[in-house]
Ligand binder design. Structure first.
Ligand code: AMP
Length: 115
């Protein structure tokens, strides 16, 4: 069973230790292991929701909580210059870990349209 768990599920289940930037009953925030900006955090639900397109109406409050947490963390980290939230849903969008997560990126200029 454990073999099929994603890295984020293993972190959520304390099978892999890591430093939590923030944690509550529903989610945790960690630093991305391969940062794409001076600040690159991941907001991850503890529940094993693979991606947005596999969320259900029962996940509505959780999804809101993830966004709220991203805003709260940005405020607490003084990201006043702006930040970007990214969700890669599916392979074509660049998803590599099939466990929902929000990227919170800050500390540099971001182009538009995104790459
Ligand atoms: P995505 O490509 O959108 O699925 O994002 C997965 C992200 O997880 C990538 O940015 C990886 O660098 C990051 N990542 C993978 N393993 C770890 C880990 N053990 N700790 C922190 N971040 C990780």
């Amino acid at each position: 069973m454990s073999a099929s768990k994603t890295i984020f599920q293993k972190i959520a289940d304390r099978e892999i230790s890591t430093t939590f930037v923030y944690e509550d009953d529903l989610c945790f925030v960690i630093r991305d292991i391969s940062p794409q900006a001076p600040t690159h955090l991941l907001v991850v639900p503890k529940a094993p929701v693979p991606r947005l397109t596999e969320s259900t109406e029962a996940d509505t409050a959780l999804l809101g909580h993830l966004l709220f947490t991203a805003g709260r963390i940005a405020r607490e980290h003084g990201l006043d210059g702006g930040f970007r939230i990214v969700i890669n849903n599916g392979k074509q969008a660049g998803e590599t870990v099939p466990h929902l997560h929000l990227h919170l990126l800050a500390g540099r200029e971001f182009g538009w349209p995104p790459g």
